[in-house]
Design a protein. Structure first.
Length: 411
């Protein structure tokens, strides 16, 4: 419905939808509504109905359109407002509030909606997994809606919202919407994260930045570094991560050593940046990625560089306490200790005198930007299975003070 207020129970079209005269596909209809149309949801069917084309089940919703026509829309194309108890805490402050985003998007209503159904895999419906998609919806005073997916659930996996920020990132007095999402694949259990930024442009909402954050050590295996670190400042975005790569792809001037190719990786520290371009209203690369060596500081009284990754191998050099080392390779082996298996990681390094050799990873404090704490924690007590290695941190930093955001919220 058009006007300053939302319907009591709003829903918005996720794509082009058909208004049917009843809750079935059998009766013909030529009444179409475009994506973003706002409806008032009057009622819904008690049970889900099958869509054979998608092998899924959704409810039907009786709705009133912006032209006051009443009919039924199948639930796979309609996002319906969530009840208050289901609103994610990250978004509760914004739900059912009005904001002045820009001159053409004043008094825009922000609300949280979802489509909910089931993947139709079993004859017994209670065995069918849930299918859900969650959206942040922005509805202008003219009744036009824009929807941004932020989470979901299906047989394939789950997507969750880790963080949401409404803040002026581009210094134009209009806030951007930043989402940090977490996607977990059912089969591999790998968690992948992505940062997305949306901007208000010409009365619409446009995605202006997207960065996949996940890092891997090997296919379907987590990296000890876990995720890329993203730092956002006014008009700039910096990305940094530790790359565990095959030593055949090592790009630096130091000399890797092949000891056991299946159990070793070379390390490089990677950074690159983006800058906001006013002319194109997009983030563009500020400079190409930079790859540098990782440094580590030897712990006091831990000073032996060895020819092979074992305590019994030849000593190459006795190092002075707190020596600065250039870290080249990660090497790991599995040993049995008191009837239990454990991972023993070594680092292949270059000493200040130019000698190369192995040292136990727990004897070195890595000095590698934002990932230093993460990796030092990993090497102190590495898990046998990297899939069990995780930390509850967002790997995201926003340096702009919230007070710099020019945003009027209307209750």
């Amino acid at each position: 419905m058009q006007g300053q207020t939302l319907p009591l129970r709003p829903g918005t079209a996720l794509n082009k939808v058909i208004l049917y005269p009843d809750s079935s596909f059998f009766a013909h209809s030529n009444i179409f509504y475009e994506e973003g149309t706002l409806f008032e949801v009057l009622k819904e069917t008690r049970f889900e109905h099958e869509d054979e084309a998608q092998n899924q089940k959704f409810k039907w919703y009786q709705v009133k359109g912006p032209d006051d026509k009443i009919g039924w829309i199948y639930g796979d194309g309609l996002a319906v407002i969530l009840p208050p108890e289901d609103i994610p805490p990250t978004l509760s402050h914004f739900h059912l509030k009005k904001f002045n985003f820009s001159a053409d998007l004043e008094a825009t209503s922000v609300w949280v909606a979802s489509i909910e159904g089931k993947d139709n895999f079993h004859e017994d419906d209670y065995l069918n997994p849930l299918y859900k998609e969650y959206y942040l919806v922005l509805t202008s005073r003219l009744g036009k809606s824009y929807h941004i997916p932020f989470a979901g659930e299906s047989a394939m996996g789950q997507s969750k919202l880790r963080a949401f920020v409404l803040q002026d990132l581009t210094a134009d007095d209009i806030p951007e919407l930043l989402f940090l999402k977490s996607n977990i694949d059912t089969d591999s259990r790998l968690e992948n994260r992505v940062v997305e930024i949306f901007s208000f442009q010409a009365g619409s909402v446009t995605k202006v930045f997207e960065e996949q954050m996940d890092l891997t050590f090997a296919p379907r295996e987590r990296s000890p570094a876990l995720f890329k670190f993203i730092e956002i400042d006014e008009k700039t975005i910096r990305v940094a991560y530790v790359d565990y790569l095959a030593c055949s792809d090592y790009s630096l001037m130091l000399a890797p050593k092949e000891f056991d190719k299946a159990n070793e990786k070379c390390l490089e520290y990677v950074t690159y940046s983006f800058v906001w371009q006013e002319a194109t209203q997009t983030y563009q690369p500020l400079y190409e990625e930079s790859r540098t060596a990782i440094e580590g500081k030897l712990l006091p009284e831990k000073g032996f560089l060895r020819s092979e990754p074992t305590y019994l191998s030849e000593v190459v050099e006795k190092l002075a306490p707190e020596s600065t080392l250039k870290v080249i390779q990660h090497f790991e082996k599995i040993i049995s200790q008191r009837g239990s298996k454990k991972i023993v990681p070594y680092l292949y390094v270059q000493s200040p005198s130019g000698n190369y050799g192995y040292i136990h990873a727990k004897d070195v404090q890595l000095q590698v930007g934002e990932h230093a704490t993460i990796l030092n924690h990993f090497y102190k007590n590495p898990p046998l299975n990297k899939q069990d290695w995780t930390l509850d941190t967002n790997f995201l930093s926003i340096k702009i003070a919230e007070s710099n955001t020019i945003l009027t919220k209307k209750e």
